[in-house]
Design a protein around this ligand. Structure first.
Ligand code: F6R
Length: 592
């Protein structure tokens, strides 16, 4: 949800660096963008509507600057509403990620006192509040600290001051990471923004700010106002992981990377697996898996995995609904958050509720150093590397892999879990060959016919939550109205929508549900449905067959998702959409 960047140096013009960084943050929002640079005591601003990688913009001078790529929350997609925003004096410019919940009352007061606003954003109150505090005699750092205590909601922002040549970055709930390199300082919402320049990073925590006047940023605790020392961390991501390379899209690259990511996900600390398994087995007041969107579907899949592998009842709840269950929480409850970014607002809010009730928190995350890892008692990193396409693919299967491993740890059989996943990884490697991709592309071309408006996906057992995730993937990338159902449920209502040629994808595993799901497929076929079978075996009810490895139902939680990801991708491409950046979406949803 919005990407922000700051850059300080003494040799280079800032704009090319800022725009290069913003292109890498585009997955966080891409409806408009803007920059502010500092030159000879003056702030220069440039803003445009659209994606930075597609729209021309004018040069502005200066070696220090800030930038923003927007996912609109307050105010439509206009130049006026795009960041950076300035105060009345034009000496302060701000870029912001997050939400200011109490901006209306603050704006009303500022307007009454004569401040002139140019946008409908919540952000614009920040430079005006700073202007007010500076006028009262405070310096920039004191002003930023003061107003950070007034602002309600989760946010992070970077301030540029033309008067003092300073830049201040502050974190209160939304991510901010500094990158350091000789005589350059980078500040960004996410590491890939500057990964091509440096791997030496400092994570800002909530309630901390960084003052940048030279190559050595100073850090302060907002509550005490005291200077603090922060640890420099060397990260081991490589630049290729964050680039598309020869692939047409990040989404395809990330799907293909699943040849390796399952093995990377298995690479977990065994002592921690055993310890967390013990926590799960001893959680006398329930285990709740929580997440949003695709991650919520992973939690639903976890319910089946734990039941099957560990004979254990766990609960799954979409994080945005978690508050309704808070009366069930106690110190004997375990809450397990699943998230790629580790920054999703609804999950963070749910974890805060859990923490306030004394529950223990485990997280299964991709982004290292994210907010969720900071409030968790134990974190499993899925080691999938940066996931840039908005639609989650490799992170999803890696999360499932960690959950499979954890379920085996709960039943005291980690090695069996590792073996299953290693074998599965080999199968996935074989599956993702060019001929397989071509076959799915051909099916996608047929389904991309504009007459196809609705699509259904059915599965039973573990393939039921998989059908729900399949629907998310197809909808977000191809904009076809896709709905997932438990195979047995279709005849209780949705079957009314089946007509001649309606595509129905049938998810089959080599398990006890096989015969029943094929009967359900027959029921819809008899009413004219066009059947795409994702299955280890062909069947004469399938109009098209996409072969999957012969794995048990637990293995099918990963294996059956891969053809769905490819199908969604090729459907989006066939329809001419930008599959990496679906409309209205953002990769990291940091608002409720
Ligand atoms: C869909 C998708 C989203 C995310 C959701 C949670 O493909 O990617 O539904 O799964 O926004 O994001 P994280 O995993 O970062 O918490």
């Amino acid at each position: 949800m919005c990407g922000i960047i700051g850059y300080w140096n003494i040799d280079n013009e800032a704009l090319p660096i800022l725009s290069g960084a913003l292109k890498k943050l585009e997955y966080r929002g891409y409806d408009s963008f803007g920059f502010a640079t500092l030159n000879n005591g003056q702030i220069y601003i440039e803003k445009q509507i659209g994606k930075i990688s597609e729209v021309k913009y004018n040069n502005i001078p200066g070696r220090v600057g800030i930038g923003h790529t927007r996912w609109a929350t307050h105010g439509g997609v206009t130049k006026q509403n795009s960041h950076p925003h300035k105060d009345c004096t034009g000496k302060i410019a701000v870029v912001h990620n997050g939400i200011i919940e109490n901006f209306q009352e603050l704006k009303r007061r500022l307007v009454d006192e004569g401040h002139k606003f140019l946008s409908n954003t919540d952000t614009e109150i920040i430079p005006h509040l700073i202007e007010e505090k500076l006028a009262s005699g405070l310096d920039l750092k004191q002003s930023v600290i003061k107003i950070s205590k007034i602002l309600k909601g989760r946010n992070a922002f970077i301030v540029l001051d033309a008067e003092t040549n300073e830049m201040i970055a502050i974190r209160n709930g939304s991510p901010l990471i500094l990158g350091l390199k000789d005589k350059e300082v980078f500040i960004a919402s996410d590491i890939p923004a500057f990964l091509d320049k440096t791997k030496e990073v400092i994570y800002l925590d909530d309630g901390q700010l960084a003052v940048i006047r030279n190559e050595r940023p100073e850090f302060y605790d907002i509550n005490t106002g005291k200077r603090i020392i922060k640890r420099l961390i060397k990260i081991d991501w490589n630049q290729n992981q964050a680039e598309k390379g020869s692939y047409a899209h990040f989404m395809l690259k990330e799907i293909i990377e699943q040849k390796n990511t399952i093995v990377a996900a298995i690479n977990q600390d065994e002592t921690q697996l055993v310890r967390v398994a013990r926590e799960i087995n001893n959680a006398t007041n329930g285990v709740f898996f929580i997440g949003c969107g695709t991650a919520a579907r992973v939690c639903h899949i976890a319910e089946y995995i734990f039941s099957k592998v560990a004979n254990k009842r766990i609960n799954y709840i979409p994080a945005s609904e978690f508050e309704n269950y808070k009366h069930f929480l106690s110190p004997e409850t375990l809450v397990i958050a699943v998230s790629q970014s580790g920054e999703t607002a609804d999950v963070l809010d749910a974890l805060k509720i859990a923490k306030s009730k004394g529950a223990k928190i485990i997280s299964i995350l991709n982004v290292i150093g994210s907010s969720m890892s900071r409030i968790s008692d134990y974190t499993f990193h899925i080691n999938a590397g940066p996931e840039k396409a908005v639609a989650s693919t490799k992170a999803t299967t890696s999360q499932i892999a960690v959950i499979i491993l954890l379920s085996y740890a709960c039943s005291g059989k980690i090695k069996d879990g590792e073996k299953l996943l290693m074998e599965l990884s080999g199968e996935i490697n074989d599956m993702l060959n060019p001929r397989y991709q071509e076959h799915i592309k051909n099916i996608a071309t047929i389904l991309s016919d504009e007459k196809v408006q609705n699509m259904f996906i059915i599965g039973r057992g573990i393939n039921y939550p998989l059908s729900l995730e399949s629907a998310i993937k197809i909808m977000e990338v191809s904009y076809i109205n896709a709905q997932g159902f438990a195979g047995g449920e279709l005849k209780h209502g949705p079957i009314a929508l089946i007509e001649n040629g309606t595509p129905v994808i049938v998810l089959v595993a080599d398990d006890n549900d096989k015969a029943k799901i094929l009967s359900n497929a027959m029921e819809v076929k008899s009413r004219g449905a066009y059947i795409i079978g994702i299955s280890p075996d062909n069947n004469n009810i399938f109009d098209y067959w996409i072969k999957t490895p012969r794995v048990d139902s637990v293995g099918s939680a990963i294996a059956n998702l891969i053809p769905i990801q490819l199908l969604s991708y090729y459907l989006g491409v066939a329809k001419g959409y930008n599959v990496d950046y679906p409309k209205n979406l953002a990769k990291s949803v940091t608002v409720n």
